[in-house]
Design a protein around this ligand. Structure first.
Ligand code: SAH
Length: 396
């Protein structure tokens, strides 16, 4: 096995069990390693630190598989890690019976570059690092055996693969597309999941509990759901008894699916749902001009800041939409606002929203801080895993 030798004093983050080793910390590679090969990482003084996958193309030069010198990285390793990841979820009663469930949350589950979501009897696998890519067969086999799922679809088309020197890889690794499509039940609402063409692995599972939170607030209220995608928040608001739900997204195909999802739920009244294909920034301003008001506005925009270097521009965009949304909220109403940008931390996000509240001439208080559901855990050693943050505000 080749060895990555660190520069003097560069072992601190690994000693804190952070799973990324940046190129700038590496003195040299001793021996030969191809992309994705397992290498040992040692300090300048020769102390063994970790075992990880080598990625010469990436600034993240290695991602740690193991912090235990006795743990080999082989088929059995993936079988153990995947079983442990699934067992962690089985131990959480709040996740019991979920048909849509994240089984592996990458770094946070000790499997850098590996994401797996289960939708009924289909598992969708996303591999985003060259190390994970190399172990595809072992990972898929372990997932199949651990879940008994009849289908595994690979959805490795995330843009971040390019940074690892990888092309997109998609297709059925096991079984074939179910004829009737894939539908999951989420807190009593049926939702279609397009694993081939939908966003991420097909669905935003991370917002599951936040959608239910909206349902609990929605009775009798007029709701504006911005960036609605396939209608997850919209349908939960309707299920919660909203008087009217206006949903906005710029994607025509997402809105087609949203309407189909509504039709999958005959208990919900389509007369209460309005769908708008539009840019949210423009739509919010147009509705203010028309003197409209809402009791609840949901803002769940796409990632404006993929990393910290985009934070400044992203901050302006978050401020803009939050300000425009606040101008539409009736006195005593609610703003449910999110950022899924890794580059914007919770504190920064809260200060952006606070500035928007001030500029809107309103006052507001935090009812709840919101985060991803329990199947999207955040490892304390890997704070970068905390990408989704939200605030539920009550606005005077
Ligand atoms: N809330 C959704 C997920 C939102 S994903 C859920 O719970 O499932 C972000 C969505 O924003 C995508 O559907 C994308 O089409 C939409 N979008 C991106 N930019 C937009 C814009 N400027 N105006 C309107 N919609 C936009």
């Amino acid at each position: 096995m080749a060895i990555l030798i660190l520069k003097s004093g560069k072992e601190k983050s690994l000693l804190r069990r952070h799973p990324w080793l940046f190129a700038g910390s590496v003195e040299r590679l001793e021996g030969r390693a191809r992309p994705g090969d397992t290498v040992d990482v040692v300090s300048a003084e020769g102390r063994w630190l970790a075992r990880g996958s080598y990625s010469p193309a990436s600034q993240i030069r290695a991602r740690v598989w193991a912090f235990d010198e006795n743990e080999a990285v082989d088929h059995a390793f993936f079988k153990r890690r995947i079983a442990a990841s699934i067992a962690r979820r089985e131990a959480l009663p709040e996740l019991a019976g979920q048909q849509g469930l994240r089984l592996i949350h990458a770094e946070s589950d000790g499997l850098p570059g590996v994401t797996a979501d289960r939708y009924g009897d289909t598992v969708v696998l996303q591999l985003t690092s060259v190390g994970a890519d190399k172990w595809r067969a072992a990972i898929a086999d372990s997932l199949h055996k651990a879940t008994g799922c009849a289908r595994i679809y690979e959805r490795s088309d995330s843009g971040v693969r390019a940074m690892e020197g990888l092309a997109a890889a998609t297709g059925w690794l096991l079984g074939a597309a179910p004829e009737d499509g894939i539908v999951i039940d989420e807190h009593g609402v049926r939702m279609a999941v397009d694993v081939v063409a939908g966003h991420k692995t097909g669905f935003y599972l991370d917002q599951r509990d936040n959608r239910r939170r909206l349902a609990g607030l929605a009775a009798g209220r007029r709701v504006l759901n911005c960036f609605c995608y396939t209608g997850g928040f919209s349908l939960q608001a309707l299920a919660g008894g909203a008087r009217e739900v206006v949903s906005v997204d710029s994607s025509g195909p997402a809105l087609v699916t949203a309407r189909q999802n509504l039709a999958l739920n005959p208990q919900l009244d389509p007369a209460c749902a309005l769908w708008r294909e539009a840019d949210v920034f423009e739509e919010l301003r147009a509705r203010k001009k028309a003197d409209e008001s809402f009791d609840i506005v949901v803002l769940d925009p796409p990632k404006f800041a993929p990393s910290a270097k985009h934070a400044e521009r992203a901050a302006r965009a978050y401020k803009d939409i939050n300000l425009a949304a606040l101008r539409l909220i009736a006195s005593g109403g609610f703003l449910m606002t999110y950022s899924c940008s890794g580059g914007i931390g919770l504190e920064l996000f809260q200060s952006i929203v606070a500035a928007a509240v001030l500029d809107a001439g309103r006052s507001a208080r935090i009812v709840s801080r919101l985060q991803g559901a329990a199947d999207h855990p955040v490892s304390l050693a890997f704070p970068e895993g905390e990408y989704l943050k939200g605030l539920l505000l009550q606005v005077d």
